[in-house]
Design a protein around this ligand. Structure first.
Ligand code: ADP
Length: 269
């Protein structure tokens, strides 16, 4: 069979041999099996991701239940409560990202209205400042009037995911450069460049898979759910845009989303 999923029927004529005729139907099930494996992996990953904070949470609760109340100082109690809250927030973040992904997957393309991306980018920059640990964030070029037709909430999450990642994976004193500009071909491009830890070439194609992380411990420690780039890729796809990743281990990365000319407009202020 030439293509996956292709079905072929073959009428076999065996009359000359005195056996009569019968029909052979063959179907390539590679794609079906691939989907089933992806589904199983996904369920296993979600269970694993949620089990870790749940285990920590129940560990703390058991300790607190079994300890005599007077042996727990006020500071210890506060510390335990903060740790439990952190685990609960982690689970909330995972569930929120999973819901976002499933909403994005349920509709193929986004219609929407022209969205002034400069406003979205400035807001993401403002929120990202809270996360920043001393990295220098530069705005290289923000085309104030350049708009994209689409869904503002989705575009905002793609914009902030790339920015948040740049901050997460760039050490203190590193540099992050944000641009929003129109290319000669009429595309509109949002790009975030960092001088962070970079990514090895063999990991790049897998970054947009759900829960794929180069360094699981580092991602968790910085509050990542492992779903940010999967969401960004889906938002890009829904806006007929393309997400590209260039990176060099130890040197830094550039993540860009390029929107096609038919989604781009200029709105005078
Ligand atoms: P996470 O929540 O773990 O950041 P993402 O889906 O956003 O999940 O990213 C997937 C993985 O890609 C990260 O765990 C990290 O290993 C890698 N990554 C993403 N952005 C960068 C970056 N700017 N620099 C280096 N590695 C990155």
């Amino acid at each position: 069979l030439q293509n996956e999923g292709q079905e072929k029927s073959l009428l076999v004529q065996l009359a000359p041999y005195g056996v009569g005729r019968f029909l052979i139907v063959t179907r390539d099930v590679t794609q079906v099996e691939k989907l089933e494996t992806t589904r199983k992996d996904f369920v296993a990953n979600v269970s694993h991701e949620l089990r870790t904070p749940l285990t920590v949470l129940s560990g703390f609760l058991e300790t607190m239940r079994d300890m005599p109340a007077e042996s727990l100082s006020a500071e210890q109690k506060e510390r335990y409560q903060n740790m439990m809250l952190e685990q609960a927030e982690r689970m909330q973040a995972i569930v929120a990202d999973l819901l976002t992904l499933s909403t994005l997957e349920s509709a193929p393309t986004a219609s929407g209205e022209p969205v002034r991306m400069s406003t979205v980018i400035h807001e993401a920059l403002r929120q990202a400042q809270i996360l920043s640990r001393g990295q220098h964030v530069f705005i290289e070029n923000i085309a104030e009037d350049l708009c994209v037709t689409g869904m503002e909430t989705e575009l905002a999450s793609a914009v902030s995911n790339l920015l948040t990642n740049a901050i997460r994976y760039t050490p203190k004193d590193g540099t992050i450069t944000v641009s929003w500009y129109r290319t000669e071909s009429g595309h509109a491009c949002y790009s975030v460049q960092d001088t962070g830890i970079g990514i090895a070439s063999q990991d790049i194609p897998r970054l947009t898979e759900r829960f794929y992380r180069v360094d699981r411990g580092r991602s968790r420690a910085t509050g990542g759910t492992g779903l940010g780039l999967a969401i960004t890729k889906h938002v890009a796809m829904r806006h007929n845009a393309e997400l590209t990743i260039h990176s060099r281990l130890g040197a830094g990365s550039i993540f860009s989303v390029a929107f096609p000319p038919n989604r781009v407009s200029i709105e005078e202020s």
